[in-house]
Design a protein around this ligand. Structure first.
Ligand code: ATP
Ligand code: MG
Length: 238
C-alpha cells in the first residue's frame, strides 16, 4: 500500500534579494520517517527548512503538509498545523527561564492540564530540564540549550519535527545523546526532517537522505545507500 507523504515539497525556488538560494528543490517525507538533508556550507539546507516552515517565502513551487497547501503560509500558521522547526543555532530565549522557554513553545495551548502533560513528556526525554526549570536559558551549556530548544518544539506536539544541525558545536558524547533522543522521538511516532553537517551520524539514523549542492538535490537514497556511496564518502564522510 502506498502511503500519503506527510510533507511534499515540489520544485521550490527561494531567493534572498537577487541571490537564488534554492533552484528547484523537491523532496518527500513519509509519515514515520527520519529523512536527512546533507550538504556543505551554503548548499541551501537551512533555507529549505525555512521555506517549508514559512520563515522565508518560496518564489516558485509548492509545499503540501498533511494535505494542506502551506506554500504561502507564515511560520506561526504552519506551526499550528503540526510542524515544529528548531532553527540552526538553537535560538532559545536566553533571559527567560527554562520553564518560560518551554511555555513559549505551547503558546497556542490554553488548557493548563494539557501544558502540564506535555511538559512531563519533555522531561521524559530531557530529565535534566526538570531540575533546571528556574535557570535562565542563556546560562545553560550548549548541549542543554539544544535540549531545551528541542523540548520547546515538542511542546507543540508536532507531527513533523524539523531540526537544523542539532549537533553543531557539541561535544561528541552530547552529540551521541542528541541522536539517541532523535531516534527515540521517531520511534514514538514523530516524523523527522533532519539537517546535519554530521553526515555519517545523520545517515546512520535516517531512513532516507537527500544531498543538496548549490541549491539543488544531486542525490538521494536510503541512509545505507548514501553511506556506502563512494562520492558521498569522499565529499561528506571523510
Ligand atoms: N539571510 C540571507 N541573506 C542573503 N543570503 C543568504 C541568507 N541566508 C542564506 N543566504 C545564502 O543562501 C545560500 C544557502 O544558505 P543556507 O543557509 O540555506 O545554507 P546551509 O546549507 O544551511 O549552510 P550551512 O551548512 O552553512 O548552515 C548561501 O549562499 C547563503 O549565503
Ligand atoms: Mg544551515
Amino acid at each position: 500500500m502506498r502511503t500519503m507523504p506527510i510533507l511534499e515539497v515540489e520544485n521550490i525556488e527561494t531567493y534572498y534579494g537577487g541571490i537564488q538560494a534554492l533552484k528547484g528543490i523537491s523532496l518527500t517525507v513519509e509519515p514515520g520517517e527520519v529523512v536527512t538533508l546533507i550538504g556543505s556550507n551554503g548548499a541551501g539546507k537551512s533555507t529549505t527548512l525555512k521555506t517549508i516552515s514559512g520563515l522565508v517565502k518560496a518564489k516558485q513551487g509548492n509545499i503540501l503538509f498533511k494535505k494542506n497547501d502551506i506554500t504561502k503560509k507564515p511560520a506561526h500558521e504552519t506551526s499550528l498545523l503540526g510542524m515544529s522547526h528548531v532553527p540552526e543555532g538553537r535560538r532559545i530565549f536566553s533571559r527567560l527561564t527554562v520553564k518560560e522557554n518551554l511555555l513559549m513553545g505551547a503558546f497556542s495551548v490554553k488548557k493548563k492540564s494539557v501544558i502540564d502533560e506535555r511538559m512531563e513528556l519533555v522531561f521524559k526525554y530531557f530529565p535534566k530540564l526538570k531540575d533546571r526549570l528556574e535557570q535562565k536559558g542563556g546560562t545553560m551549556s550548549g548541549g542543554e540549550q539544544q535540549m531545551l530548544a528541542i523540548g520547546r518544539a515538542l511542546m507543540m506536539k508536532p507531527d513533523l519535527l524539523m531540526l537544523d544541525e542539532p549537533s553543531m558545536g557539541l561535544a561528541p558524547i552530547i552529540v551521541e545523546q542528541i541522536f539517541e533522543i532523535i531516534k527515540e522521538l521517531n520511534e514514538e511516532g514523530i516524523t523527522i526532517l533532519l539537517v546535519e553537517q554530521n553526515a555519517y551520524q545523520a545517515l546512520s539514523i535516517a531512513h532516507r537522505g537527500y544531498v543538496i549542492q548549490n541549491g539543488e538535490i544531486v542525490l538521494s537514497g536510503t541512509g545505507t545507500e548514501l553511506i556506502e556511496n563512494s562520492e558521498i564518502r569522499d565529499a561528506y564522510l571523510a
